[in-house]
Write a protein that binds this ligand. Sequence first.
Ligand code: HEC
Ligand code: HEC
Length: 362
Amino acid sequence: MVKQSRSFVVAVVVFCVAAAASVQGAQNVAESTVSQAYLQPVSDWPALHPNAAGELAALPEPLPVDETLVRIGERLFHDPKLSKDGTISCASCHKSNHHFADNVRISPGVAGKEGRRTAQMLRLVGHWDKLFWDGRVSQLKELVEQPLTDPVEMASSIEHVMAYVMAKPGYHDALADYFKEDLQWEQVASAIAEYIMSLDAPMRRFDYFMQAIAAGDMAQAANYLSEEERWGMHLFRTKAGCVQCHAGPLFSDQQLHNIGLAYYGRHFEDLGHYRVSGQAEHVGAFRTPSLRYVSERPHLMHNGLFNDLNGIVRMYRHGGPRPRPKGDQVNDPLFPETSPLLVPFELSQEEENAIVSFLKTL
Ligand code: HEC
Ligand code: HEC
């Protein structure tokens, strides 16, 4: 009897191991067949998710910029004297060795004051049609004034900046030479905007892969993205639904969505685009961020509270956070609703890892 039950246990264990191995085997076959399908022209790739905002694409061409203006803007960008107390420049928070984002969650401004959102990366900034996490500004030239005058960032004023620039021949003469007219704030702002538009966006393995695909060199393409990474790209484009919002060369649809991180009524509350539009549907809505260089940017989401890509993929797998209203929130018309585009989906550990591996190629 004892002997019998032991052999039963052994049989069950053997069965389970075999079953797991065959699931693993099926997974490997799926991974390899699917990833093979991406060694073809983009038009022959497996169908995109039905709600996709677009196809994935290589980095755009750099924008045309005026080098003279860029050089003036570069100096202004790095000059702490533009701030109220002479301590903070744009580069204090947008650091060149961190993709012009910051390596701290919340960047300290003048006198160590702290804002609420995490500093955005400035690479590719000239390609956005709305700026800031909440999309509240559309023109770079108009945006420049905001960090300069924000009381917790540079706490300065246009008057302070203009008095400083006028008194400094290096700036004054260079700008007067360039614009050939009396110096205005708009010219100072356009020099800074021109500089940040000129920041390079280095090609990543994904871009070399796309280049090889476009050139029809499939063997080379296979060298740039591994089977696992191509499988991750497939999941990203299909069942995981990421392409509904993260598509195109920036991996962003440039639209506002609430993915459930408003922290409504809680410590980290941020109402997002609602503060701009006043419309209840915009509570917690933020501009879809670019996923470029995402694995090298440690503070993710508008609040910078996320840093684990696996954790982020798992959050989406569950259909995103869907907080339930409590108590008097039940009848609150502003209680945010998570985007209906986020729906739960099945994802194995291997599939989750494959998506993360793909994100690391961007
Ligand atoms: C104290 C830190 C700090 C300083 C100084 C600072 N920024 Fe920022 N920057 C931020 C933060 C935080 C955000 C995101 C703010 C938001 O979305 O509300 C941001 C966002 C931006 C964006 C929007 C990027 C995008 O993808 O939409 C641009 C452009 C920008 N900053 C340029 C500048 C310029 C130019 C200067 C100097 C004049 C500057 N910043 C100074 C912290 C800073
Ligand atoms: C409904 C649109 C939508 C879908 C679908 C979506 N995202 Fe996002 N994603 C966003 C928005 C909006 C944010 C910023 C939210 C915020 O800051 O509150 C974001 C942020 C992120 C970030 C942080 C990026 C940064 O720079 O901080 C990552 C990583 C990310 N998404 C990956 C994914 C992946 C992987 C998928 C698919 C599993 C996915 N997203 C699906 C809209 C979407």
